[in-house]
Design a protein around this ligand. Structure first.
Ligand code: ARG
Length: 472
């Protein structure tokens, strides 16, 4: 096959680039996703070039009009990027040349694909961060609503996946609220490092032309400008940080997914997933599966893989730009898209779940998880905690062996274990009094959960500078 279009760098070579080598190095199939950002960056660059009299106003007009038409063509599918063009920057520049001729060649004055791709990547990340903030906001709101709905529903809290102590189910939802709130704060903090313009660094050393990188930074809505041109094109630490933040979000989602999967199982039966968000089995008619939660849990593995891929790609690269860095895009795009869609679908799944209040009420009212209450009751009767723990352990053993639940043990029997036990023991052997006897800050009582809900609502109103940003 012979090439029809020119590569951007071929002038010094006497032989055409080998087609297999070009096919191997082409990134069009991946970076075509960046066409809007690429055009946005180019429009800003050429605007600045005209202001600095590096190109004429007329040339700038032709270039900008051409670029905007190309954006339309790419959006509508009339221009289909071809791999022979090597990357999206070349696709656009070659098309511009077809449209406006020689003036197209002026667009790249004072710019390299190194600062160009770094700019595109930052613009892309900025958009993804805004979207992630938004979908996390929806999830956070929903968690507060769930906490409100189930504030007085009691559920088992677990440690080591053993029933540990009863808690308000609202408390449980708010635990996840706090995790996702920190996730949102983390990406908002990252926005400060992402929203810095690398445009004007050129290949890595700067330019001899009188560029005005402050101006392009302003035109592109960046908050600041790079300080060092080598650093501007050489690092991908913000990509790593972004995928790391995505990994933490996915980790939180996958833990929540796991809880939903367990709770919706027949064995637990705490939670119902509405039919719209459950799947069946092609062979076992009785099955109702939590596939959406399982997929979120599974996709977490892919995002972790992307993080390790990026760390490994960057490890040991000498300064400044190396072509290895082109491999940043698949893990970046995949992490952003997977995390955003996972948060989105998980919120919808959560909306389609209800707690099985009757079953929970029955299970929690009779469970051994009330044992801690006996120990604390004994402490209230001046028995040292270690002794109280030992006495309670014996009561629990007897309860299991005799198959009599704690609230059903007669007071005479209790007194065989400790003289300190009086009939008022039954007061604390109720799940709700257990939950509401907790007096400490941030604990699981209904009142504490009401306070936490108020605080959570305030958090939702409070937005950091990074969080109010919409795509510029
Ligand atoms: N496709 C390249 C990338 O994503 C663009 C930069 C190419 N620069 C170069 N010096 N070959 O990294």
């Amino acid at each position: 096959m012979t090439r029809k279009k020119e590569l951007l760098w071929q002038s010094r070579f006497s032989e055409p680039f080998d087609q297999d080598a070009l096919f191997f190095s082409s990134s069009v199939h991946v970076d075509k996703k960046l066409y809007r950002e690429d055009i946005q960056g180019s429009v800003a660059h050429v605007t600045m070039l005209a202001e600095e009299n590096i190109v004429s106003a007329d040339e700038a007009r032709q270039i900008i009009d051409g670029l905007l038409e190309i954006e339309e063509e790419l959006a509508s599918g009339t221009l289909v990027p071809q791999w022979e063009d090597e990357d999206i920057h070349t696709v656009i520049e070659n098309r511009l040349k077809e449209k406006i001729g020689a003036a197209a060649g002026k667009l790249h004055s004072g710019r390299s694909r190194n600062d160009q791709v770094a700019t595109d990547t930052r613009l892309y990340m900025r958009r993804q961060i805004s979207e992630l903030q938004e979908v996390l906001g929806t999830l956070l709101k929903l968690l507060v609503e769930k906490a409100e709905t189930y504030r007085e529903t009691i559920i088992f809290g677990y440690t080591h996946l053993q029933r540990a102590q009863p808690v308000s189910a609202g408390h449980y939802y708010l635990a996840y609220f706090n995790m996702f709130l920190r996730d949102r704060q983390r990406i908002s903090d990252l926005m400060k490092r992402v929203n810095i313009s690398p445009l004007g660094a050129a290949a890595f050393a700067g330019s001899t032309l009188p560029l005005n990188p402050h101006r392009t930074a302003v035109l592109l809505g960046f908050d600041d400008l790079f300080s060092n041109s080598i650093d501007a094109v050489s690092d991908r630490d913000i990509v790593i940080e972004f995928i790391s933040d995505c990994s933490v979000i996915m980790m939180h989602l996958s833990r929540f997914a796991e809880d939903l999967i367990l709770w919706s199982s027949y064995e637990f039966g705490y939670l119902n997933i509405s039919d719209a968000f459950a799947t069946g089995s092609s062979i076992m008619p009785q099955k109702k599966n939590a596939d959406i939660a399982e997929l979120v849990r599974g996709k977490t593995g892919r995002v972790y893989g992307n993080l390790v891929a990026m760390l490994t790609i960057m490890k040991g690269l000498p300064l400044s730009y190396n072509r290895d860095m082109q491999e940043d895009k698949p893990p970046l795009f995949d992490s952003a898209e997977t995390t955003i869609s996972s948060v989105q679908i998980f919120a919808r799944l959560l909306e389609h779940t209800t707690l099985n209040k009757e079953k929970l009420a029955k299970l929690t009212s009779e469970d051994l998880s009330l044992a801690t209450e006996i120990a604390e009751y004994l402490v209230g009767k001046q028995i040292p905690f270690r002794d109280a723990h030992r006495i309670t352990g014996k009561i629990v053993t007897w309860s299991i062996a005799s198959d009599i639940t704690l609230p059903n043990i007669p007071v005479e029997k209790f007194r065989e274990f400790s003289e300190a036990i009086d009939p008022d023991i039954y007061e604390c052997l109720k799940a709700d009094s257990s939950v509401n006897s907790k007096k400490t800050h941030g604990s699981c009582s209904f009142d504490s959960v009401a306070f936490q809900i108020e605080e959570a609502r305030k958090q939702l109103q409070f937005k950091t500078a990074g969080e109010v940003r919409t795509t510029v």
